[in-house]
Write a protein that binds this ligand. Structure first.
Ligand code: GDP
Length: 449
């Protein structure tokens, strides 16, 4: 089961509880069972699932009739408990996350098996830091695979990142050392060392990682893990942990059809935080990772915090919408201004992922170009509405269906398409309400990550 389905199933399981009139042990048990099954089908390690189920059961603890009466309160407790436990699953506590400092050298060494996406991720991270004003260089210390240096060179050139490597030197330790020294002398602030991911013998690979580590003394070692390899991720992470004691993980290929659960288990087992996830083959497909944002997105609550931050940096006009949203409201006019902004924000795929269910799914199913076209038609539909209709929650249309026909005619679209716009507004409104409820119910600072 892919991650999007996992989120949907957990969400449905929780919704069942929030929809029931009475919240008793039976209802809770059914939810716990469904959540556990969904997690296992997504490849999350069974031990972790059992643990999560126990903790959830303890937290929810329906033990007397009073509890059943509490109704709404109990439902909120359940929603929050599920959210917290899922966050715990991907969160590693008490580990300081490395933050490179300006005006000093920060060496970052990458380890991971061949094919995991290491070289691609080195470039993505280099670009990430370069955009944040760091002077970044890349070193190719993979002398084992023919073509490794060419690949790094090609990536680096495309991204305009200075690089170092050798066609003649076969000792990876020497290349790594020389590259790092060269960039150090030139006052580079971040030096990323890409290493080999394969050897004639596994033992030799790990020995090489130790030697390179000793030579370049990294401030941070990052293990790159392919999220699509399922349960195998755990043994891979353990094997590398012994030789390179990496302090952070980047999960790649979290786009597409990765189950992701196996990789999440690997993270739990290695007690190492995920710092970024790779979400595509393009240089910018790297997202910083925080447990709360990841789980929010997984559950289709949408990564509103991330979206708002993104919007802030783009200086788009949407202060009213954000205010409405934070108050748990959402009118058709808000939907119209959001869609206009989204089209300006591009690339659409990045933004769509932060939005609740419908739009993200549309994007996955029909692709960027078609989504963009459909967005424009939706905006066109809203352009054909009156001010009163736009500023409403859409219920006007339910009371007077002739309005739908008028708008469809006016915008040159169909009744179904107008109805789809109304549905989309409903989804946003629900998300606004959920976000507001969660903000109100979460402990200070939570959800404001
Ligand atoms: P390496 O052998 O570990 O250095 O792996 P590469 O960087 O050569 O990547 C192997 C393949 O995975 C390439 O085709 C990459 O384009 C692809 N890849 C890397 N990261 C991602 C990702 O986040 N998503 C997707 N879909 N593909 C990725």
């Amino acid at each position: 089961m892919v991650l999007a389905d996992l989120g949907r199933r957990i969400n449905n399981a929780v919704s069942e509880v929030t929809r029931s009139n009475v919240v008793d042990q039976n209802v809770v048990d059914t939810m716990l069972k469904e959540i556990s099954n969904a997690l296992m089908e997504a490849d999350v390690d069974i031990k972790l699932v059992i643990q999560l189920r126990k903790k959830l059961k303890n937290k929810i603890d329906i033990d007397n009739d009073n509890d059943k009466q509490l109704g709404i309160n109990k439902k909120k407790i359940i929603q929050k408990a599920v959210f917290d436990e899922l966050c715990d699953l991907v969160n590693v506590e008490n580990v300081e996350i490395f933050k490179p400092k300006k005006k000093q050298t920060n060496v970052i060494m990458f380890v991971g098996l061949q094919g995991s996406g290491k070289t691609t991720t080195c470039t993505k991270l280099a670009v990430y830091y370069q955009r944040r004003g760091f002077k970044v260089g890349m070193v190719c210390a993979d002398t084992f695979r023919a073509g490794a240096f060419d690949q790094l060179k090609q990536n680096a050139t495309k991204a305009r990142i200075p690089y170092y490597g050798s066609y003649t030197e076969s000792d990876p330790v020497k290349v790594a050392f020389d590259g790092v020294e060269k960039f150090k002398k030139e006052k580079f602030e971040i030096i990323i060392v890409d290493t080999s991911g394969r050897h004639r013998q596994e033992k030799e690979l790990f020995k090489e990682m130790i030697e390179i580590g000793e030579a370049v003394k990294p401030n941070q070692t990052i293990m790159v893990l392919d999220a699509s390899i399922g349960q195998a991720a755990e043994s891979q992470a353990n094997a590398f942990k012994e030789s390179s004691n990496f302090g952070a993980i980047i999960l790649t290929k979290m786009d597409g059809h990765a189950k992701g659960g196996g990789a999440i288990s690997a993270v739990a087992a290695s007690k190492t935080p995920i710092i970024f996830i790779g979400t595509g083959e393009h240089i910018h497909d790297l997202e910083s990772f925080t447990a709360k944002q990841f789980i929010s997105k997984l559950l289709g609550i949408g990564d509103i915090q991330g979206l708002m931050e993104h919007v802030k940096t783009l200086n788009l006009d949407q202060s009213d919408s954000i205010k409405n949203f934070q108050e748990g409201k959402f009118t058709l006019k808000d939907l119209q201004s959001q869609m206009n902004n989204i089209l300006k924000m591009g690339p659409l795929s990045k933004i769509a992922q932060m939005l609740p269910g419908g739009i993200g799914d549309m994007m996955n199913q029909v692709g960027e170009e078609e989504t963009s076209k459909r967005f424009k038609r939706m905006i066109c539909i809203m352009d054909s509405m009156t001010k009163k209709e736009l500023e409403s929650d859409g219920s006007l249309f339910i009371d007077e269906p002739s309005r739908i026909i008028r708008v469809a005619r006016g915008s040159g679209t169909s009744v179904t398409e107008v109805e789809a716009v109304l549905l989309q507004r409903n989804m946003f409104a629900r998300m606004a309400q959920t976000t507001k409820n969660m903000q109100n119910n979460l402990p200070a600072g939570m959800g404001k990550n």
